[in-house]
Design a protein around this ligand. Structure first.
Ligand SMILES: Cc1ncc(COP(=O)(O)O)c(C=O)c1O
Length: 331
């Protein structure tokens, strides 16, 4: 590969791994191939969109030297952007959901970024309270009441930025197709902004119109409710069905998937704990959810002999302060 001159050159081209030992242990008759996005320079799939959204803004003249890059995120996009901002010489500020693990705040600050908890920004806190946690409305309030009044900033907004799904269509999809040698029957992905599933799914379906796309949504017990206001959640993964359409990010193409698959956080934890032991990969909660969903789909008789590809968004190292790898925690 030679010498790289910037971390921008290290984004993407992540490996596709067959979960060989895990498949044997579960007597699976379908193959599960996982796209290991923790091989990105800052250990998550979000490095792809961070670079793409920054370079798209540079090309469009929306981001210029001396500007501050601003984003709201559950963490990984913030980390990716903080690193790209550092390497390109921009300042960076991020608004982060309060419950996000402490590691993420520390990493962003290590890159020289500024971190602000959503609850610390009055316009956001008020909207979240008034709407019962409507994240899309909260971001809108932040934009209108805070960011639009500032100068020399570029608000990335991964939930409405078309460069997000576009980079998955341009890179994640083709990488999977090439590495799997055109042999992909089922594609499994989480949905947060929907960028991964919408872009990758679009490319894969263009190559194989028979492809089935499975979209992961958190199970009922893994979402805040009146009875359980602070459950263990799957970081970065949000409902897209059963909620008002205006609460779904515009980066999510609701026509792209064939099946919605609900995963509870504890099922995701167990799958992540298991593949660490069977195949030696340390992955985050949403990756565990993708493996759990892929396994259940692989067990269906009609899928015997098929190839299932799942995107694993990030590293387990980002969850050491959570219950993910606390084996005694069983939900
Ligand atoms: C850990 C993790 N998994 C999954 C996702 C969902 O990916 P996407 O936003 O492309 O739908 C995210 C996004 O925030 C994430 O941070």
């Amino acid at each position: 590969m030679g010498i790289s001159k910037s971390i921008a050159e290290l984004v993407g081209k992540t490996p596709l791994l067959e979960l060989s030992n895990y498949e044997k242990k579960h007597n699976l008759e379908a193959r599960i191939l996982v796209k290991l996005e923790y091989f990105n320079p800052n250990q998550s799939v979000k490095d792809r969109i961070a670079l793409a959204m920054v370079e798209d803004a540079e090309r469009k003249g929306l981001l210029k030297p001396g500007y501050t890059i601003v984003e709201t995120t559950s963490g990984n996009t913030g980390i990716g952007l903080a690193a790209i901002a550092a390497s390109k010489g921009y300042k960076f500020r991020v608004y982060i959901q309060d419950q996000v693990s402490e590691e993420r705040f520390k990493v962003i600050r290590a890159f020289g970024g500024e971190t602000i908890k959503l609850s610390e920004e009055p316009a956001v806190a008020k909207t979240l309270e008034e709407t019962g946690g409507d994240f899309v409305a909260a971001i809108q309030a932040l934009k209108e009441q805070v960011l639009d009044k500032e100068k020399d900033i570029f608000f990335v907004d991964q939930c409405s930025n078309p460069a997000n799904p576009a980079i998955h269509e341009a890179t994640t999809g083709p990488e999977i197709w090439q590495d799997a040698e055109g042999n992909v029957d089922i594609f499994v992905a989480n949905v947060g902004t929907g960028g991964t599933i919408s872009g990758t799914g679009k490319y894969l379906k263009s190559k194989n119109p028979e492809l089935k796309i499975i979209a992961i949504q958190p199970g009922e017990n893994s979402l805040p409710s009146e009875a359980n206001p602070a459950p263990e959640e799957i970081t970065g993964v949000h409902p897209f069905e059963g909620i008002p359409k205006e609460r779904v990010p515009s980066t999510m193409n609701l026509d792209i998937y064939d099946e919605k698959f609900e995963v509870e956080t504890i099922e995701a934890y167990r799958a992540a704990r298991e593949v660490a032991k069977t195949d030696g990969i340390l992955i985050g909660t949403s990756s565990g959810a993708a493996i759990y969903a892929a396994t259940e789909v692989a067990k269906r008789p009609e899928n015997r002999g098929k190839t299932i590809v799942a995107v694993l968004p990030d590293t387990g190292l980002r969850y050491l302060s959570t219950k993910l790898f606390e084996e005694e925690y069983q939900g």
